[in-house]
Design a protein around this ligand. Structure first.
Ligand SMILES: *Cc1c(COP(=O)(O)O)cnc(C)c1O
Length: 457
């Protein structure tokens, strides 16, 4: 640990907001597998993706070699409204745990969207605007991504159409109103507005939707609407690239105060916050300069890394998106009702999947009630009411700190606190009422999802 006095809250100065994103693919020997065209089974070409994604973002998606990509001034100016985000020394949590470990967290909940997703939303909206588009379409599960994108589109005066998973649309009416306040149109998914939605409604009457199904609707809507493109808030290489601002700032703070992390932890839904947080540190590990232990934390109800298969699969239920090679539970896998809406995706970032496959990273799955126990302890000691997603990382950070108490090791732990939980009070209510349950899928249940994996592997 540092011999320099570490302040409770490490606020970097504005000069410390990075000028470039860091692209960890440049330092990977085994590059992430390319997206495949499901028809030809050949890697997707630039022109094939143009009807779906913005041109500049396709270039970023394909770029496995450029280590640093300059952040355009317009994006950086927007970042300045809420960045740099603080790296906070969890002194009160350490005390409560009676641990010799040093715990820090990078807090990304300091903006109205309440999560790290704004880091990529603003970048994607900027490139859409620069290309002269009218608007963008997207899906949202828990609502954080939709909110972030609505804010970004309002800033650049772009139209924003959001397909929101029906169960969240009904459970989280206030999220929907935030999006509408920023000018977005919000449609519950599956809807009757798209062919994909109508098909899913027919096949599963009364379904409350899933992320994979909302993606199909949003992509179809973009392809069929003149001047629109589709944007995605996680999973893609470009999103991890944009989220590297989290890791770059964290690294700068560590260097400034001579903090040497041993363990870096993040929750993993599609992998964007974790990928962003660990990227610069992973770069050092890949180049053989330093070693760190990285831990991805996922819900036991949606265990893509810990129980999934590393294969090509569709990114969406409607099978209209390209296929990605990733740890997946199968595109037909629908996780049980779980309160960490942002962690319910069946797949995982191709970059993180490759790194995990190559042994550079570990993964752990945790049960919901254990996650909320950690959330409660964190809220009561550190004061911040954490998002259920973020609380997965808190859970494992606490577990690691308790291990240090038992072994006497003075490890330094950093975790990503991706957001706040104000819109998740239904989940907290269940936890407080002790009516929360933990569903861990059986092997047979998982088998149903695996059966949907295309036979191209
Ligand atoms: C979306 C979300 C996540 C999970 O997404 P990743 O792409 O895996 O980072 C985690 N925390 C919060 C608060 C989110 O909104």
């Amino acid at each position: 640990m540092s011999n320099i006095e570490v302040p409770y809250k490490i606020y970097l100065s504005e000069d410390d907001v990075p000028d470039s994103w860091y692209n960890v693919r440049a330092d990977m020997k085994n590059k992430p597998a390319p997206l495949l065209n499901p028809g030809t089974l050949q890697p997707m070409k630039f022109d094939e993706l143009r009807p779906v994604f913005c041109d500049e973002l396709i270039k970023q998606e394909f770029d496995n070699d450029t280590a640093y990509i300059k952040i355009p001034d317009e994006i950086k100016n927007f970042y300045m409204m809420y960045r740099p985000s603080p790296l906070i020394h969890a002194v009160f949590l350490e005390k409560a745990l009676k641990t010799p470990a040093h715990i820090f967290y990078k807090f990304e909940g300091n903006n109205t969207s309440g999560s790290h997703k704004l880091n990529s939303a603003i970048a994607q909206a900027y490139y859409a605007k620069k290309q002269g588009l009218k608007g963008v379409t997207t899906e949202t599960g828990a609502g954080q991504w939709g909110t972030a994108l609505a804010m970004a589109c309002a800033f650049f005066k772009l139209d924003c159409k959001v397909f929101m998973v029906k169960v969240s649309y009904e459970q989280k009416p206030f999220r929907r109103e935030v999006m509408r306040t920023y000018g977005a149109t919000v449609t519950p998914s599956p809807s009757m507005e798209t062919e994909a939605g109508r098909k899913i409604n027919e096949a599963h009457p009364g379904t409350t939707g899933s992320l994979g199904c909302a993606i199909s609707e949003a992509v179809e809507c973009a392809i069929k609407s003149e001047g629109y493109r589709y944007v995605l808030g996680s999973v893609l290489n470009q999103v991890l690239l944009h989220q590297s601002v989290i890791g770059l700032e964290t690294k700068k703070a560590c260097e400034k105060y001579n903090i040497q992390p041993d363990i870096i932890i993040g929750c993993a839904g599609g992998g964007s916050n974790l990928g962003g947080l660990i990227s610069p540190f992973m770069g050092e590990k890949l180049r053989g300069e330093k070693d760190y232990k990285f831990i991805a934390v996922e819900p036991a109800s949606c265990p893509s890394f810990t129980r999934g298969k590393f294969v090509y699969d569709f990114c969406d239920t409607g099978k209209i998106c390209p296929m990605a090679k990733m740890y997946t539970l199968g595109h037909d896998f629908i996780p049980s009702a779980n309160h960490a809406g942002g962690l319910r995706y069946h797949g995982m970032s191709s970059i993180l999947s490759q790194l995990y496959h190559d042994g550079f990273m570990e993964a752990r799955s945790v049960e919901q009630t254990k996650v909320f126990e950690a959330a409660e302890q964190f809220a009561r000691t550190e004061g911040i009411l954490p998002a259920p997603e973020s609380s997965h990382a808190i859970r494992v950070a606490i577990d690691e700190a308790i291990k240090c108490r038992e072994t006497g090791e003075e490890k330094t732990i950093i975790f990503g606190l991706t957001g706040t939980g104000y819109f998740d009070m239904k989940a907290y209510e269940q936890f407080n009422d002790k009516t929360m349950s933990d569903h861990i899928p059986t092997d047979e249940e998982l088998q149903k999802g695996f059966a949907s994996i295309p036979n191209v592997n």
